[in-house]
Write a protein that binds this ligand. Structure first.
Ligand SMILES: [Zn+2]
Length: 260
């Protein structure tokens, strides 16, 4: 088995308050404006079939930028504003690649935030590869917190991994906790473009990664260690580093149908 190519697919945008990209701005005027970030999924074509990384936002977000507003505080403007059209559903995005959910070899679920695992429910027959820590941490939350994350379900065909693993030749899952308890990044070795390191949300932006600017995470210490780990890997593997939600980098990325 071998990797044939890697494609980057846009699946909508998501506005977040500026302070979430730089938590030093929390509570300041400069932290308030909403910044629109790209939301991505990734498609790896292999000689044995396609692998999808992440599933974008839940279909409930289509045409509903207010979906994640706090119902208890309607007077407060929401700090997370999904911008999703019908074509941004993961099923539509796959269809543009002439694929249906059941065509996948597996779905790699990097972490369970709404903009990465929102479409997981479209894959009831698919092997869903997730870090055991992400699964166990979620299902040990209070029932109320679990039900708020309506896009997560326990009855998928989960395949748990622990730490760093070679998923298939040329695709490595790298444990990078900190943004979420069991977050994972992905290193893909492509024949055409060499190694590509998808940080996913171990770093939203180049500033988080290169300058250590703190962003929204559950554990800052673990996040710093995870970024350090990714830097070692990127250097050793001469990898091109692609960040989770970087508006500047998004301008130069060649999205699907181009591939790397
Ligand atoms: Zn994200």
């Amino acid at each position: 088995m071998a990797v044939k190519s890697l494609s980057i697919l846009p699946v909508g945008r998501c506005g977040v308050a500026n302070w979430m990209l730089d938590t030093r701005l929390q509570g300041t005027e400069a932290g308030r404006p909403i910044v629109e970030l790209p939301v991505w999924v990734y498609l790896i074509e292999t000689t044995d079939g396609p692998i999808l990384i992440d599933s974008g936002m839940p279909d409930e977000c289509i045409g509903r930028p207010d979906l994640l507003a706090d119902p208890d505080h309607p007077e407060e403007s929401p700090e997370i504003v999904p911008q999703m059209g019908a074509g941004d559903s993961i099923v539509s995005a796959l269809a543009r690649a002439k694929l249906a959910p059941n065509d996948l070899l597996c779905l790699v679920s990097t972490h369970w935030h709404f903009d990465h695992a929102g479409g997981n429910r479209h894959f009831p027959e698919t092997r869903v590869v997730v870090q055991r820590t992400e699964y166990e941490s979620f299902f040990s939350l209070a029932t109320e917190e679990q039900s708020e994350a309506f896009w997560i379900t326990s009855d998928l065909r989960y395949d748990f991994v622990d730490g760093d693993v070679e998923l298939v030749p040329g695709v490595h899952l790298i444990s990078t906790p900190g943004h979420s308890p069991g977050h994972q990044s992905v290193l893909v070795s492509t024949p055409q473009s060499g190694n590509v390191l998808l940080t996913i949300d171990a770093a939203y932006t180049g500033l988080n990664y290169e300058e250590g600017i703190p962003f929204t995470v559950i554990d800052e210490g673990m996040t710093r260690l995870s970024i350090q780990k990714l830097k070692y890997i990127a250097k050793d593997e001469h990898a091109f580093v692609f960040y989770g939600h970087d508006t500047v980098q998004a301008k130069s990325v060649r999205p699907f149908p181009a591939h790397y």
